[in-house]
Design a protein around this ligand. Sequence first.
Ligand code: KIV
Length: 258
Amino acid sequence: MSREKITQETIRGMKGNQGIAALTVYDYPITRLLDEIGVPLLLVGDSLGMVVLGYPDTTHVTMDHMEHHVAAAARAKPKAFLVADLPFHSYETPEQAVINARRLIDAGAEAVKAEGGRAILSQIKAIINAGIPVCGHLGMLPQSVLDEGGYKIKGRVEQERVQLMIDAKALERAGAFAIILELVLREVAAEITDQINIPTIGIGSGDRCDGQILVSHDLFGLFPWFTPKFVKPKMQGGLQIQSTVSEWIRTVQNLKSE
Ligand code: KIV
C-alpha cells in the first residue's frame, strides 16, 4: 500500500490525534524496513557514535560521520520524515548552524535536531529562517554528558521544571516542529506536553508525551552491553545473531569433517 509522504506538518498534526512512534536509523536496510511498516519519524541520531561506531558517548561524532549515515538512510527514500542530528560543536554560531544544517539536508535529511533551548535559540531561528525544519531536544542533553557527569533525570527540582517549560515555549515560538524530551520527570513532561501546541516526543520521560522515540538498537537488543533502564527490548537481536552464527559455524565445521 502506498503511503503519503510524511512532512513536518504531518508530525505537527499528529498531536492530540495519534501517538508518534519514532525510532533512530543509521543505514539503508533498517531505514527501509522501518519505513515499510510505517514508522512516521526516523532520526539519524548521533547515538550513531555509541551504538554503531563504538565511541563512549556522542561527543565524538563529526559532521562527516553524520553526512555518511544520513546519505545511507536517505537512499531508502523513506516516506517517513527523516530528521538528522547536528553533532557536537557543529552549531556554535547561527552561521555555522546554517552551514551544517544545509550539509545534512544536502545529504538527504529533511529536518535537523539540535540540543538545547534558549542557549541556542539564535542558531535555531537562523536554521528555520533558512527554510530548514528543526526538532528541539530538551532535558538530558547527551552532547553535554561530560559536563553533566552522567545521564540524570531532569525536572526533579522546581527551578529545573520552570527552566524546561520556558525553554519548551521558546522553541515552540522559534518555530520548532516538535521537541524531544529526554529523561524528563514524567509529570514535568506531561505538563510541557499540555502547555505547548507542538508535539513532544519522549525518551525515558514517561507515557504522557505526544510520542515516544527509542534508539532502535535498544529496542532490538542489538547493543546488549548497555541497555538504558527505561527500555524493555522487544527482541534479543544480539543473542539471535550469536545463536544463528554458532549454528552456522557448526554446519561449516561438520562439512569439513564429512
Ligand atoms: O541521538 C539520538 O539517538 C537521540 C535520541 C536519543 C532521541 O537524540
